[in-house]
Design a binder for this molecule. Structure first.
Ligand SMILES: [Zn+2]
Length: 361
């Protein structure tokens, strides 16, 4: 499953280059300062905390204290087989909103589509794909953060044994990491009838070809006059979904079907109400049980598929820690809980003590 997803990711990358837009950064630039090269956008002097604090979708948090930075540094230093689990908090700093943080989508009354709705209701699918099509350009334009690059550096340096992400946005990949995507990715589309999967960009092109006038209207909105987003009430969602007026998808609108069997196509993500595929869940659980340290970054651990991992690591005797702004489901479980922005604390950890991180290329 993962192999297929990565293969499709490469196809996406090729397509993007072919279209004349280099969207995917395949390498990480080198920062050769002090004894810790390896981070480019991770340079704390160039990632002004003010910029992050100004973004409404990132919850308020003070800059990380020296004590917290040192505690996290010690956590990395004392582990030899570390598993890192990342969540939406990684992506909010890149402009992709999450569902559950104080400023997240739930706080505005938004309820994401469930697997059951998607499978049962043609209307729900039309609505999902209409919004998601409209949000795709902005979604794919988001760039990895300093936190993504810092993790890629730690991973390349052998400080992270295994990485798991709940995020579906491929930002880790673009920073140079290769995490297990436990909830799948929106960069791949899969047929729920026969399992055939293919690159999301091809789906976008098919949908556009089937609905040229509709697509043109969306694109004029997307690229349009200042304020046009507001006048149509467009809002981006964590899965790439976007709020859009019903008149843009209710009539004369055709969704592509599977080219192999004519079946129903779905983004290859685990929607609310669905289960993580067994092989993927097993790989994540095995990593959690066998690690000596388990670190959660930017997740409230509200989904059982994530919570059960840190619980399993804890029960098998691993050290555990969480960096997240706000409460998590496992706060009572972990000895080390830090409230901090990941884009601020992770680059600082790289520049702490004797942590020697070779350059990521
Ligand atoms: Zn099919």
């Amino acid at each position: 499953m993962l192999g297929e997803a990565l293969c499709d990711y490469n196809k996406v990358s090729n397509l993007c280059v072919r279209a004349g837009r280099v969207i995917f950064a395949r390498s990480v630039r080198i920062n050769a300062r002090i004894s810790v090269p390896g981070v480019s956008s991770g340079n704390p002097e160039k990632a002004p905390p003010k910029f992050l604090r100004d973004k409404k979708m990132v919850p308020d948090s003070d800059p990380p204290s020296l004590k917290d930075t040192d505690s996290l540094y010690q956590f990395f230093e004392s582990s030899t087989k570390l598993v890192v689990l990342t969540g939406a908090g990684m992506s909010t700093e890149c402009g992709i909103p999450d569902y559950r943080s104080p400023n997240g989508a739930y706080s505005t009354g938004f309820r994401p589509i469930t697997h059951q709705e998607f499978v049962r209701s043609k209307r729900a699918r039309r609505r999902y794909w209409a919004r998601s099509y409209a949000g795709w350009r902005k979604f794919t334009a988001a760039q990895p953060s300093a936190a993504h690059y810092a993790l890629a550096s730690l991973e390349k340096a052998g400080r992270i044994n295994f990485m798991i992400t709940q995020n579906v946005d491929r930002l880790h990949h673009r920073a140079g990491s290769n995490p297990l995507e436990i909830h799948g990715t929106v960069y791949t589309v899969i047929c729920i009838d026969c399992g055939y999967s293919f690159c999301r960009n091809l789906f976008q092109e098919e949908l556009k070809a089937l609905n040229p006038k509709w697509a043109a209207a969306i694109e004029s909105l997307d690229h349009g006059n200042p304020g046009s987003d507001k006048s149509f009430g467009m809002k981006q969602r964590p899965d790439g979904d976007i709020e859009i007026d019903e008149k843009f998808w209710e009539e004369d609108y055709t969704i592509p079907t599977c080219q192999k069997c004519g079946g129903v196509l779905k983004p290859d993500v685990v929607f609310f109400g669905d289960n993580v595929p067994k092989d993927r869940a097993d790989r994540a659980m095995e990593a959690a049980r066998e690690c000596d340290a388990f670190l959660v970054l930017g997740s409230a651990l509200m989904t059982m598929s994530a919570y059960r991992l840190i619980k399993a690591a804890h029960e098998s005797g691993a050290a555990t820690a969480i960096v997240n702004i706000g409460v998590t489901r496992a706060d009572d479980l972990v000895p080390l809980k830090i409230n901090a922005r990941l884009g601020e604390i992770l680059p600082r950890v790289l520049h702490t003590g004797s942590l020697s991180i070779p350059a990521v290329r």
